[in-house]
Design a protein around this ligand. Sequence first.
Ligand code: ZN
Ligand code: ZN
Length: 408
Amino acid sequence: MRIIPTSNIFFLLFLFITLITASCKDKESNICGDDYETDPPGQWYKGDFHVHATGASNDTGNIPSYPADIKQAAKQIGLDFVVLTDHSNSTGSDPSTTAEDPALFNQGPEFPYWKECAALTDPDFLMIDGNELSPRHPDNSVPTGHIGCLPMNLETFDTTVVFIDRPMGTVTGGNTVQQAKDAGCYTIVNHPYAFTPHIAYDWTSYDYDAMEIWNGTIGYDFQDQDGRDAWLCDLLNGKKTTAVGGSDCHRAYINPPGNGLDPALGYPTTAVFAERLEWPAIIEGLKSGKTAIFGGESRLLLDGYDGGLCRSESQETRYLRLRGSADANIGTATLSLSKATSCSDNRPDYTDGPEIEQEIIYQETIYPNDAFDIRVAIAGDKGVYSATLIGDATTYYNALSRAITIEQ
Ligand SMILES: [Zn+2]
Ligand SMILES: [Zn+2]
C-alpha cells in the first residue's frame, strides 16, 4: 500500500478542519451546539430614566428628595443607574411651590446637578443629570410634549445650554425634540398619552430616539398601553424607536411600588444590555433597542435563534425564546408573545393610541415567583414580535420585552 507522506497527512487534516469550520459558519447548516448559543458579552444593567429632584423641579414637595437621597433609594432596590430629568421650565426654582415662576423661564440652569451627579457616580453606580423639556399650552386640553433629554457624551456636553419652553403655547413638542437633539441628547418621548393632555405628546416630530411606554404614574395603565402601541407602530413603519420605562418619581422616599400619582423610584425599572457599566455603553445599548421594562422582580427577555440555535433576528429565525420571572406580588399573570403585522396610524390624535393588527402566537399563565424559559417555534415570517407579562393583582409588577423585527 502507498504511504502518504507526513506533510500530506497534515495537509488533509488542515483541509478537513477547514471544511468543518466552513460548514459551521455556513448559514444553512449553522451548528451552535445542543443548546442555545450563549449570550453575547455584557449584562443587563437596571436603571430609571425619568426622575425629578428637590431643588431642580418645583413639584417635588416639601420633604427633601435630593440627588444623594435618590442614590440611596436606588441602591436599596438594586439599580445600577439613575437619570435626573428635571423640568426645563422649573430647573433651579423654588421647591416649596408648584406655581410657575415666569422670572425663571428659559434661564436655566438646565443641568443644576451636573457636578453633584458626577460626584455621586462610582464604579458600581451611574448618576446622570438630564432634563425633561416641558413646554406647555395655556389651554390644558392642547398637547405639547415632555421630552426626556439624556446627555450622550458627558465629556463634551455643554451644560450651559438653555432650553426654550415658554411662553406657553409657542413651543411645540417637536421643537423641544429638536432642541434636545441639538444639545447632544438622546431623546425620549415621555408619557406620550396622559390624563392631562397638556403633558401628552403632540406628534409634531418623529425624530425622537425612544418612547416611554411605561410611565410609573398609576403603574402600567391603559395610556401606557397606548404608548406601547405607538412604539409598535413606529417599528412597523420602519422607525427604530427604542422602548424605555421611567418612574417619573418626584419623591425618592415613597415606598415601592408607589401609589397613584406618587410613583416610587424604579417602578418601573428599565434594564439595558451593555458591555459594561459605563454611560457610553448604556447609550449604545439604548441605540440598539436592547431594553426590558419591569416592576419588582418580574423579568421578561426576548431572543431569537435559527434552526441550529444560533442567535438570529432575520427570516432565518425559527425560535423565539422567552426568559423571565414573575414577582411575588403579580397575582395570576398572563405571558403573551405577539406578532404585529400592521398599524393604522391615527397620530397626531393624542386621545387614543394607534390600532395594531397583531396575532398572539403564544400564551401561558404564570404564577407568582415562577421562573420560565420557553421556546416558541416560528416560521420567520415578517412582523414585529414582542412579549408582555401582565398580572391581574396590580399594575406595578408587569414586565415588557423589547421587540424583534423580522423584515423581508
Ligand atoms: Zn413629564
Ligand atoms: Zn417627569
